[in-house]
Design a protein around this ligand. Structure first.
Ligand SMILES: [Zn+2]
Length: 343
């Protein structure tokens, strides 16, 4: 199968996607194949994928002029995100092509990219184009955004990511290390975020009504909270390095995961150690709780030696040993020996 056939045999992209229409023209496939130069490829490509975008892929405003319609991006966004003040290095292009190759994007994009190796800006055009033709396929748009970022179009990539995720996490502008999370309204998230003591709500910005600021130390907890309402969905998060954002899938969590995360974040206060050793009988026939004023290795060693592990446990929450009641005599003897002076 040659390149042109690949292009023409591509299954129909979603033609109903938000007012997009993709029309397969009757272009001679040989023409596309012969177009060796980048411009030729783009031109042929344009014939095959005639896009009539009705809204900007970045901000969603209706597109009016013919130029914007064919490009899939409005003039304002184009000016804002396309004007770059740096050179696109070969390394960046190689990175982008590698990502593109590994991505799940369809063959026509990959073929066009190969031909546009020396024209990264045109390559980005193709990606914008492709993204706006597939606005209803989040995975496709996000894959395009990732490659745009690799080419250096960070703000364009960020914009597409933010527009196509239900959760956006950003770093604050100051150097507090805090984060800001914005997301679609969900009762669960709101209820749990109220219980994150360090979180404060922030004013509305962008398309989401709710937002909170929280310190980095509560990242794990917030992530767990998001998992209940937004599990398996995409979130835009700050990239580990560089200035662009990245997209990650939120793992699903349950009520129990969230409860665990809260307990980890806010451990229940440990009971104060008693001044004197205290042996409390619980239940019937029951067990004993042994509270001691301090740790005593001699006691622990002897206690472990005389009571098999099946009959005793260390209670982490109450900071005490529990032992079956039938070991009462031996236990009292050991406590007296180690804590109340020699017997
Ligand atoms: Zn726009």
């Amino acid at each position: 199968m040659n390149a042109a056939e690949h292009i023409l045999n591509t299954p129909d992209a979603p033609s109903k996607a938000r007012g997009m229409a993709k029309v397969d023209s009757t272009t001679n496939s040989a023409a596309a194949h012969k177009a060796a130069d980048a411009v030729g490829i783009i031109r042929e490509w344009g014939k095959v994928y005639t896009l009539t975008a009705t809204e900007c892929c970045c901000c969603g405003i209706p597109l009016r002029d013919a130029m914007s319609v064919t490009r899939g991006i409005g003039p304002v966004c184009s000016k804002k995100h396309y004007e770059i003040d740096f050179d696109i290095t070969n390394e960046m292009v190689e990175d982008a092509l590698g990502m593109l190759h590994a991505s799940g994007l369809e063959k026509p994009v990959k073929l066009a990219a190969k031909a546009l190796k020396t024209k990264p800006r045109d390559l980005c055009n193709v990606l914008v184009w492709w993204a706006s033709a597939h606005l209803d396929q989040v995975d496709v748009v996000l894959a395009c955004a990732e490659i745009m970022s690799a080419l250096g179009f960070d703000s364009l990539g960020d914009r597409l990511r933010e527009r196509n995720t239900n959760v956006i996490i950003t770093k604050t502008d100051d150097d507090s290390g805090d984060f800001i999370i914005r997301c679609r309204a969900k009762i669960g998230v709101r209820r749990y975020m109220r219980r994150v003591k360090e979180a404060t709500s922030v004013a509305r910005e962008g398309r989401f009504k709710y937002g909170w600021r929280f310190p980095a130390s509560r990242k794990e907890l917030v992530w767990a909270i998001l998992g209940e309402d937004f599990g398996h969905q995409w979130a835009t998060v700050p990239a580990l390095q560089g200035k662009s954002s990245q997209v990650v899938k939120i793992p699903a969590t349950s009520y129990y995961n969230i409860r665990q995360a809260f307990t980890k974040a806010y451990p229940p206060a440990k009971p104060a150690a008693p001044a004197q050793p205290l042996i409390v009988r619980m239940g019937d026939p029951g067990w004993l709780e042994i509270h001691t004023p301090h740790r005593n290795f001699g006691f622990v060693a002897e206690f472990k030696a005389s009571v098999n592990y099946k009959h005793r446990t260390w209670n982490r929450d109450k900071v005490c040993w529990t032992v079956e009641a039938r070991f009462e005599a031996k236990t009292r003897e050991l406590v007296a020996k180690h804590f109340n002076g020699r017997k």
